[in-house]
Design a protein around this ligand. Structure first.
Ligand SMILES: Nc1ncnc2c1ncn2[C@@H]1O[C@H](COP(=O)(O)OP(=O)(O)OP(=O)(O)O)[C@@H](O)[C@H]1O
Ligand SMILES: [Mg+2]
Length: 259
């Protein structure tokens, strides 16, 4: 992140978010700022609201009270159509970000361009090749997703999320279910994209090595608020017992002995 970016307005800001779903209070006066060019990893126990938070930042879900800003614009009450220009600049990889089984890898990857109205098949093919090269899957462009491994499918989804040269990427659990090497490949790709395009990134993950590889800053969601915000180094060295248990993958009922 450069000095100028640090001084400009945040890419995302959630201010005093309060959201209940059913009888559950998900956000309890939550505040979060993500600066332009910053790579933020969101961590927290399952069910704390990480995916719901991403949906709020995208305007896909609305808070009961509080506000969401994207680059200074209050989008809290925006309809889908008003959100489109903002979302167009973002690459989004949802938690269960499925590919279309009936489309080839190349057609999956260029789907957002086709939606934008790009029709020239040679253009689309060139863009697919370029994006797939970045994730090392150029050779597989004419295959169907079901013939690829889980890790390869995640890489295709990442290529699709970045085909429009987004200035921001949001990924929900991009490495879940992958072996450590495949996961490291995905982490590296996300970091490379952030560095190559100077993009803003928000990545939700439970995976500590992903956090270490991707994050400029880690935020921990707990009890409806940001419970911790700091560098990966700071969280790795935290003395807070519940953060330590999280980082070490230790039961909350453990007495602190080595597992
Ligand atoms: N559309 C919805 N309607 C009602 N409840 C919901 C909805 N979406 C999420 N929830 C609830 O909100 C809580 C937070 O869900 P969320 O998916 O954000 O958790 P998470 O932190 O992403 O968990 P995980 O790590 O398992 O992905 C959960 O209790 C979930 O059941
Ligand atoms: Mg989730």
């Amino acid at each position: 992140m450069t000095e100028t970016q640090l001084n400009s307005e945040p890419y995302f800001e959630a201010r005093n978010l309060v959201t209940s779903l059913g009888d559950q209070l998900i956000f309890n006066d939550l505040d979060l700022q993500v600066q332009q060019g910053e790579s933020v990893v969101i961590m927290g126990r399952s069910g704390e609201g990480k995916s719901v938070l991403l949906r709020h930042l995208l305007g896909l879900m609305k808070p009961d009270s509080g506000k969401v800003f994207i680059r200074g614009t209050d989008i809290t009450n925006f309809e889908d159509i008003e959100l489109m220009p903002f979302r167009k600049k973002m690459g989004i990889l949802f938690q269960d970000g499925a590919l279309f089984d009936f489309l080839t890898v190349a057609d999956n990857v260029t789907f957002p361009l086709a939606e934008e109205g790009v029709e020239d098949t040679d253009d689309l093919r060139d863009r697919a090749r370029e994006a797939l090269k970045m994730v090392g899957l150029e050779e597989h462009m004419d295959e169907l997703p079901m013939n690829l491994s889980g890790g390869m499918r995640k890489r295709v989804a990442l290529a699709r999320a970045t085909i429009t040269y987004p200035d921001c990427i949001l990924c929900d659990e991009p490495t879940a279910g992958l072996d450590p090497v495949a996961a490291a490949d995905i982490n590296l790709l996300i970091r490379e994209m952030v560095d190559a395009y100077n993009a803003t990134a928000i990545v939700v993950t439970h995976d500590i090595s992903s956090m270490n590889q991707i994050a400029d800053r880690v935020v921990m969601l707990k009890n409806g608020k940001i419970d911790f915000s700091g560098t990966p180094e700071a969280i790795n060295n935290s003395a807070d017992p519940s953060i330590k248990n999280f980082i070490l993958g230790r039961s909350e009922h453990s007495k602190g002995e080595k597992v």
